[in-house]
Ligand binder design. Structure first.
Ligand SMILES: [Zn+2]
Length: 432
């Protein structure tokens, strides 16, 4: 981690501080957030490596990915000078720390979490000289938030998946209490925004599927009618959005992912209409996810009131439905999680880490040597290094920014955001 952060700091300083004065360079802080994720399905049964001694390729089916997402570069001597990651959801600023053919389980997740903690504890400030003889001193600020629900459960030791990892209350009791007090330290693992979006989407689908029978646990005698109705809901969604949802992919669950969930939550009225469920509930949930996605500072108290209201609304409209822990987490603990971090939670989301799996699959398939497993994984790591190189990424982003204009914020979400909190580099006055 030390070496990767040093290299990152050096390259990022070259990429983004060309207009910073010398005095701002004395002392700089690089903030990143780390985490890990495993995925399966990496093996192509057709592909044989020259050094393979037997046909057992099962160890290579899983790839464990650990890395650091760049959040911010800030001058500590002159805090007016700062640079925020313009695309925190993109792999362009996701620096690899470790990849391994290793199957992810609870024990390993905890071990890796602690290993990251040890490395963070031993990080040292880094001093280097830039062009024109400017000496730069960089300190590192490292969080650990890039986790899905499964890994957070492993880290906090929550063995029941139907239990909230923050307050340890089970989903059966989400409707019976008014206060959910998080266990100490549990909020520092971040929101897991991407997975919350997917889980909210899933939950709304299931309310729609089951609203005829008004029973959450589908037993044998009602399964047929629920399945039939679910088919009709999926058809209505397809007619409205031209997207097929809940397609089963063998060995991988369903086709529902973050992109798909966002496409529906971007048009909440049409989504509610196609699901034939309460429009206010769907719109509120869509608003809440958009507020968290925004890179602006959040009006936490406003959002808390709105989230509490939405939580109650859910159980008033659908008392028979059982919220999943991720949806409970974003509504009940989201505002408190926001308070844990100096930057908006959008900067701590796990999208970039998730998209690395796609990149690595592509690398293993097309951009790595086939002569040995070791070379293949080395090439995979190295490609992740240069794909996330700050200088190259900035060039790439500048080109893309010319093609895409930013979408303006809409009124429904601006009431939860503090305006003008972030210094936009373009707007910075030229005083020195
Ligand atoms: Zn909870």
């Amino acid at each position: 981690m030390q070496q990767m952060l040093e290299k990152t700091a050096e390259r990022l300083c070259v990429a983004v501080t060309s207009d910073w004065p010398k005095t701002a360079m004395n002392s700089i802080e690089l903030s990143v957030t780390t985490g890990f994720d495993g995925a399966s399905g990496y093996v192509n049964p057709q592909q044989k490596f020259y050094d393979e001694e037997n046909d057992d390729r099962s160890p290579y089916q899983s790839l464990f990915v650990c890395g650091a997402l760049i959040i911010q570069l800030k001058s500590l001597s002159n805090p007016k000078y700062l640079w925020n990651n313009p695309t925190p959801q993109s792999y362009r600023f996701f620096r690899p720390l470790k990849i391994a053919h290793q199957k992810e389980d609870n024990e390993m997740a905890l071990e890796e979490y602690n290993r990251l903690g040890e490395e963070i504890k031993h990080l040292k400030p880094f001093k280097f000289t830039m062009g024109k003889g400017v000496t730069v001193m960089v300190e590192f600020s490292v969080s650990r938030t890039l986790f899905d629900g499964k890994n957070v459960n492993a880290i906090v030791g929550n063995k029941a998946t139907q239990r909230c990892p923050m307050c340890l209350i089970t989903s059966h009791n989400f409707n019976n209490q008014n206060v959910f007090i998080p266990k100490e330290g549990s909020l520092s693992h971040g929101l897991g925004l991407l997975h919350c979006e997917i889980k909210i989407f899933d939950h709304l689908l299931h309310i729609a599927y089951k609203q005829e029978v008004k029973v959450w646990d589908v037993t044998k005698n009602i399964k047929e009618s629920v399945d039939l109705y679910a088919g009709q809901v999926r058809d209505r969604l397809y007619n409205a959005f031209k997207i097929r949802v809940d397609q089963v992919i063998q060995g991988k669950g369903t086709s529902n992912n973050g992109n798909l969930a966002r496409k529906f939550l971007d048009r909440p009225k049409d989504f509610a209409n196609a699901l034939d469920i309460d429009e206010e509930l769907v719109c509120n949930l869509a608003t809440i996810t958009k507020v968290y996605r925004s890179a602006l500072e959040i009006e936490v108290e406003e959002l808390k009131k709105f989230s509490d209201f939405t939580y109650k609304l859910h159980y008033i409209k659908y008392p028979w439905a059982r919220m999943n822990p991720s949806m409970h987490k974003i509504l009940q603990h989201g505002p408190d999680i926001v308070r844990q971090f100096p930057m908006p939670v959008a900067f701590y989301a796990e999208d970039a880490l998730e998209s690395m799996h796609k990149i690595h699959r592509e690398t293993i398939r097309e951009h790595s040597r086939r002569n040995s497993r070791e070379n293949a994984i080395l090439d995979t790591f190295n490609r992740a290094v240069y794909l996330s190189d700050p200088i190259l990424s900035m060039v790439y982003l500048d080109r893309r920014r010319e093609m895409h204009k930013k979408r303006p914020l809409t009124n429904d979400i601006t009431r939860f955001l503090k305006p003008g909190q972030w210094t936009d580099p373009e707007d910075r006055s030229n005083e020195d």
